[in-house]
Unconditional design. Structure first.
Length: 431
């Protein structure tokens, strides 16, 4: 803010700061803690909280465990406040959730799909549209994570499913305007608001979005340079600098899995040969035990192999470790985080992973190697990253002004807690 800033602009700026602090902290910090953290006067903080509560953005509850005296208040999401709809589209199923300020997630729907673009995205678009109608003006945006490189804000390629330049927003067919046109600037998770415009779904690569969530709510928080690797049927990876994933010029970065890092020579469906992802993930586990693999099928079989076949798991972990060493040499990260099956590979075969990683490190890296940690968010990272991408656009002076104009006098119902569906995509309950 500069000397020419008006009092109205300063209030708008402080409203955004306060809401962002509530959201980023998980809505667990008291008003006094937030006041201190943001260096606000008590009176200013009180006026801000009261105004945000009146606008249907915040609601205060007494801090848990408060015994006597004036209760300490904790600002959190308003029961009729903004909701981000977030979807995680994997190669065999998708999951849709409603997310509130602070990061609370209510799973709304989980469905398998047939692997075709229309059979995957058509039903998802219908489900999103139905929940948008139910929640009305509470919905401030839609974020979608997909298991493939994203170009120009909405074109996706998923090699294992045979998807090539699939126009995701067009197939979702959501109201309030079409998606960004091919050639428009790519959305960069964590970047300043720009594209897409209000009403347009935010489309992101699952690894990029998982890394964004890890930087906001996991082990990459406050890490200057980190690496995040997401392992599912194969793997993706992305460099994270100052809390921002680096997705590439067209948005199609986060493809470390398509680098020749493990010494393999198998042809990959992406068109390259020797991709690291051919040796890491569920497809590699299935192939190593002679089971059918590819096409986004075999998740349950792969999970059984992961739980029972130590030899196949160690082979997977060794290939992962060799690739990690190469990336550590290239990027010099402070921390390497693993999500998806990467968490289980680290838990079940961490020694094999580290034994394969260490010889590949430069001598200067071995003296102080980066920490390798399982994600704090488990399988939920991509979904939470899709949520963050929506709130990044909403938590701006422009986003709050749009909320003020559109927020109806009678707010719609909150997400139905009875409709929570436990995810069939992983063994994790909704947050």
């Amino acid at each position: 803010m500069n000397g020419a800033t008006t009092s109205g602009e300063l209030r708008a700026h402080n409203r955004v700061r306060l809401l962002r602090a509530v959201h980023d902290s998980g809505a667990v910090r008291t008003r006094s803690q937030l006041t201190r953290d943001l260096r606000l006067a008590r009176g200013t903080a009180s006026v801000l909280v009261a105004g945000l509560a009146e606008a249907g953005l915040l609601h205060e509850e007494p801090a848990p465990g408060h015994a006597r005296g004036r209760p300490t208040q904790v600002p959190g999401p308003h029961p009729h406040g903004p909701v981000a709809l977030a979807a995680d589209v994997r190669e065999d199923a998708w999951e849709l959730a409603a997310c509130e300020l602070g990061g609370r997630v209510t799973v709304l729907d989980v469905r398998p799909h047939d692997g075709t673009p229309q059979g995957t995205l058509g039903p998802l678009g219908e489900a999103v549209a139905a929940h948008r109608r139910r929640l009305g003006h509470r919905v401030v945006g839609v974020g979608v994570a997909l298991a493939g490189p994203i170009r120009h804000g909405g074109l996706v390629d998923i090699a294992h499913l045979g998807w090539r330049s699939v126009d995701v927003p067009a197939l979702l067919n959501l109201p309030d305007g079409p998606a960004a046109q091919p050639g428009a600037p790519a959305f960069e998770p964590g970047a300043r608001p720009g594209e897409p415009r209000p009403g347009t779904p935010v489309i992101g690569n699952d690894t990029v979005l998982a890394a964004l969530a890890e930087a906001r709510r996991g082990h990459l928080r406050d890490v200057r340079v980190g690496l995040h690797l997401h392992v599912d049927f194969d793997l993706g990876g992305v460099l994270v600098v100052d809390g921002r994933p680096v997705p590439g010029a067209s948005g199609a970065g986060a493809e470390f899995g398509h680098m020749p890092l493990s010494g393999g020579d198998r042809p990959c469906p992406c068109g390259a040969t020797g991709c690291w992802g051919m040796d890491v993930g569920a497809n590699a586990l299935l192939r190593d035990v002679g089971l059918a693999h590819g096409g986004g099928r075999g998740r349950e079989q792969a999970e059984r192999v992961l739980a029972t076949n130590g030899e196949a798991v160690e082979a997977n972990a060794r290939a992962l470790g060799r690739g990690v060493a190469a990336l550590v040499n290239a990027h010099d990260p402070e921390v390497v985080t693993l999500s998806g099956h990467g968490v289980e590979l680290l838990q079940r075969a961490g020694q094999a992973l580290m034994a394969a990683c260490e010889p590949g490190l430069m001598a200067i890296r071995r003296d102080r190697p980066p920490r390798i940690e399982g994600s704090a968010l488990g399988w939920r990272g991509s979904l939470l990253g899709a949520m963050e991408s929506v709130f990044d656009h909403f938590l701006t002076p422009e986003g709050l002004e749009l909320w003020r104009k559109n927020h109806p006098d009678q707010a719609r119902d909150t997400p139905d807690r009875q409709s929570v569906t436990y995810s069939t995509l992983a063994r994790h309950k909704p947050l």
